[in-house]
Design a protein around this ligand. Structure first.
Ligand code: G6Q
Length: 544
């Protein structure tokens, strides 16, 4: 373990601060003009992902200093500690081993003296045979009909990954099966998800690590009632409900046979769990072989992260460059812009992964930081975003680093569509970097008064990620890339990237207010005057 000092007091951080004074004035136009090799040199490749980071506001010197910072923070040692099963989640005293979920059968990873890899593969094997039975129609519902609809009930880490993966891999899914995802405690979510489903052919997967989450338990109870109001026999639950959880007692208390429960472990964080049994809906959709391909993609990126030199290491490079913008340029956000319609939920998934992990303001030692930490992640697929918010990225006052994602081959080749799509992604990154000068605008014959409006300052940074094709493998490697970017940044900012006390708080707060809304006698409200008045107004409206 390296000495615990605030990262901003490290010599490498101070050197970066000094360097920033001159680097912030550099323009990408000049950096490219003075260095013909830049566009091909500032690239890296690993696990099937090609990264062009040349359109970033960095020089070779910047990268050298950032890598020196990573070394001073012992990034190498921290990577080893995570992969080796050390309890690096110190506030919960847990190992952080989502990487073990995709380790090959032959690997050995030890937690508290026990090799956990056999357990991982035993669960994967059970999931596979369950999925085969559902997909083949061998598993029958209570009335003897095969399952045709699958509803995943879960929230946060038990929902966002499954939804994103289902959308991302839709091309590979068994189309005869219908998939729905219910997360919100708003009854609308459940009502709309099941309105056209037949209970006799529906399977619910209750996905909850703790099996205590208010939203999920409420939706699961409602699902049970919905099923039993049609099938009128409690024995039906066993054929129409399975659970994914670490809490066997609560699963059986709910009435689900623990033979139909798929477990995972406390060393898998919710937002890092889509490749655990939480991915059961994904495996049902794409089949066990597709799921294993996805795991192989994750694993390939894990290997790259552990072995590639930092100068060529995708998560390290992207993590460091992102940190350069957050902590030195004080850029507030990162836009993730996938040029692939199947990745429409990818930005939402990344929001949880990045913001729940590095949305922290104290170091592991409990000291308040004096630098900006985790960025706000957001985005939409291209080209749609181009016709809405890109305006602000091109000509607004904010610095918004962008990650462009593109695939060389379309899964739906239709006429010119794919060339047009890719022309747009290249054009956007180019326009953001180089802009259009007033002279260029004038040369187009634009009248003087209009020139400022049509001028693009440029110098707006981006990464371009290119992959061959959106496959389960590619999705796995992309997700692992971002997981390790988060890790890299968390190490340098010295954050507890694997806890989520802010989320835990939300889980208890509402519980105090529930009885005040549901009780028939007027409650003795002891909140602030605003909250008291809102509660009274709601109670009055309910009575009308
Ligand atoms: C993830 C968070 C959070 C969690 C949900 C659901 O890292 O801890 O998003 O996944 O609150 O929790 P359960 O799976 O326990 O229902």
């Amino acid at each position: 373990m390296t000495e615990r000092i605030l990262p901003s007091r490290r010599p490498a951080w101070t050197a970066l601060q000094t360097h920033f004074q001159s680097a912030q004035k550099l323009h990408l136009r000049d950096l490219f003009a003075s260095d013909p090799g830049r566009g091909t040199r500032m690239t890296a490749e690993g696990a099937g992902v090609f990264l062009d980071y040349s359109k970033n506001r960095v020089t070779d010197e910047t990268l050298k200093l950032l890598i020196a910072l990573a070394n001073e923070c012992d990034l190498k040692g921290r990577i080893k500690a995570m992969f080796g099963g050390e309890k690096i989640n110190i506030t919960e005293n847990r190992a952080v081993l989502h990487t073990a979920l995709r380790a090959p059968r032959t690997a050995t990873i030890t937690v508290d003296g026990k090799n956990i890899v056999p357990d991982v593969h035993e669960t994967l094997d059970r999931m596979s045979s369950f999925c085969d039975r559902i997909r083949s129609g061998e598993w029958k519902g209570h009335t003897g009909k095969p399952i045709r609809s699958i509803v995943n009930i879960g929230i946060g880490g038990s929902d966002l990954g499954p939804v994103m993966a289902y959308e991302a891999l839709r091309h590979y899914t068994k189309r005869e099966l219908t998939f729905r995802f219910v997360s919100n405690v708003d009854g609308t979510d459940f009502a709309e998800a099941v309105r056209d489903l037949d209970p006799t052919e529906t399977l619910f997967i209750v996905s909850s690590k703790t099996f205590t989450t208010l939203e999920t338990m409420t939706n699961a109870q409602t699902a049970r009632e919905w099923l039993l109001s049609a099938l009128r026999d409690p024995a039906a639950v066993a054929k129409h409900f399975v659970a994914v959880s670490t809490n066997a007692d609560a699963v059986s208390a709910f009435g689900i046979d623990t033979a139909n429960m798929f477990g995972f472990w406390d060393w898998v964080g919710g937002r890092y769990s889509m490749d655990s049994a939480i991915g059961l809906s994904t495996m049902l959709a794409v089949g066990p072989a597709g799921f294993r391909d996805m795991l192989a993609g994750f694993h390939a990126m894990d290997e790259h992260f552990q072995t590639a030199a930092f100068e060529k290491n995708l998560p390290v490079l992207m993590g460091l460059i992102g940190l350069w913008y957050s902590s030195f340029f004080e850029a507030e956000t990162v836009a993730v812009l996938p040029y692939d319609q199947y990745l429409k939920r990818f930005p939402a998934y990344l929001q949880q992964l990045t913001m729940e992990s590095n949305g922290k303001r104290v170091t592991l030692g409990g000291v308040e930081v004096d630098y900006q930490t985790g960025a706000i992640y957001w985005g939409e697929p291209g080209t749609n975003g181009q016709h809405s918010f890109y305006q602000l990225i091109h000509q607004g006052t904010k610095l918004i680093p962008c990650d462009f994602l593109a695939f060389c081959k379309s899964l739906n080749p239709l006429g010119r569509h794919h060339d047009l799509l890719l022309a747009n992604v290249f054009a956007q990154a180019e326009a953001l970097a180089f802009g259009k000068t007033a002279e260029q605008v004038k040369a187009d014959g634009v009248p003087d008064w209009l020139v400022p409006h049509k001028t693009f300052p440029g110098n707006r940074p981006s990464n371009t990620l290119m992959l061959e094709k959106l496959t389960p493998f590619a999705l796995g490697s992309l997700i692992a890339l971002y997981e390790h970017i988060v890790f890299t940044q968390g190490v340098i900012w010295d954050l507890g990237s694997f806890d989520q006390w802010g989320v835990e708080l939300g889980k208890v707060l509402a519980q105090r207010i529930v009885p005040e809304l549901e009780g028939s006698t007027e409650p003795n409200l002891k909140h602030d005057t605003s909250t008291n008045a809102l509660i009274r107004r709601y109670r009055a409206a309910k009575k009308k």
